[in-house]
Design a protein around this ligand. Structure first.
Ligand code: NAI
Length: 213
C-alpha cells in the first residue's frame, strides 16, 4: 500500500512502535499479542490493530505478532532500511549537539557535512566533520547525494537558505528555525519546536496543580 494513503496520525505513531519493538527484540522476545503491546505502550489494543491494518495487519488472529518481523516491516515502511545522507546548516549549539548524537547513525541517518556562515567556525571539528563555509554547500550536496538538510540557524536566514536547498536537490528539511518555510509541496518539512513540547508539559503541570488545589 502507498504510504501516501495512510493518515499522518498513523505515520506519527510508527516511530514509537518501532522503538518499543526494537527494545522487545533486544530483550529476546519473539512474539507479542496486541494486548501485551498495548499494556507496554499504553495504547489501546484496538488502536494498535487499526494502525497495523493500514499495512495489511502484520499478525494472525490468536497468534500475535512476530516481533522481529514487525520491527523490520515498520522500519521498512519508515524508510529505515536505507541510509540517508544529511547536512546540518548552522554549527552553533544546536547544530553541534545534533552532529554529536551518534544514535542517528545507527538508524541510517548519516551526517556528512556541517555548514555555517561565520568564518570563525570554518575548519572547527564537530565529531568527524569540519565546519564548512556555506558557499561550498551547493557542490557538496550534489557530490554527496544529500537528501535531507537540518536547519539550525536563526529564522532570519532560514527561508532563503531553504529555497536554495530546494534548488540544489534537497528533498526533506528538518527545520528547527522558528519560521514557516516557503518550499514546494513536494519537499517534506518537519518542523521541530522543543518549546511547544515544554509549553504542553507546563500546561499539564499547572492543570494537575489546579485540580489538586
Ligand atoms: P547558535 O547561535 O549557537 O547557532 C546558530 C548558528 O547559525 C551560528 O553558528 C551562526 O553563525 C549560524 N548562522 C546564522 N545564520 C546563518 C546562515 N544564514 N547560514 C548559515 N549559518 C548561519 O544558536 P543555537 O542555540 O544553535 O540555535 C539555532 C537556532 O535554532 C536559533 O535560531 C534558535 O532560535 C533555534 N532553536 C530552535 C529550537 C527548536 O526547538 N526548534 C531549540 C533551540 C534553538
Amino acid at each position: 500500500m502507498d504510504n501516501k494513503e495512510i493518515s499522518q496520525a498513523v505515520i506519527a505513531r510508527l516511530p514509537r512502535y518501532f522503538r518499543y519493538l526494537g527494545e522487545l527484540k533486544n530483550d529476546g522476545i519473539e512474539r507479542i499479542s496486541s494486548q501485551e503491546l498495548s499494556d507496554i505502550m499504553k495504547v489501546t489494543a484496538s488502536q494498535i490493530r487499526q494502525d497495523f491494518n493500514n499495512f495489511g495487519g502484520f499478525g494472525q488472529q490468536g497468534y500475535g505478532y512476530k516481533v522481529e518481523y514487525l520491527y523490520e516491516e515498520i522500519g521498512r515502511i519508515l524508510g529505515l532500511d536505507k541510509t540517508h545522507n544529511l547536512i546540518i546548516i548552522g554549527a552553533g549549539n544546536l547544530g553541534q549537539a545534533l552532529a554529536n548524537y551518534i544514535n542517528f547513525e545507527r538508524r541510517g541517518f548519516l551526517f556528512l557535512g556541517i555548514f555555517d556562515n561565520n568564518p570563525k567556525l570554518y575548519g572547527m571539528k564537530t565529531r568527524n566533520m569540519e565546519v564548512r563555509p556555506i558557499e561550498e554547500m551547493e557542490s557538496f550536496i550534489k557530490e554527496n547525494q544529500i537528501d535531507i538538510a537540518v536547519l539550525t540557524i536563526p529564522k532570519s536566514g532560514a527561508v532563503g537558505v531553504a529555497e536554495r536547498l530546494v534548488q540544489w536537490g534537497i528533498r526533506g528539511i528538518w527545520n528547527f528555525a522558528h519560521v514557516d518555510l516557503n518550499v514546494p509541496e513536494s519537499i517534506q518539512v518537519e518542523n521541530v519546536h522543543l518549546s511547544d513540547s515544554l509549553m504542553k508539559l507546563i500546561y499539564n503541570v499547572n492543570r494537575v496543580e489546579d485540580e489538586e488545589a
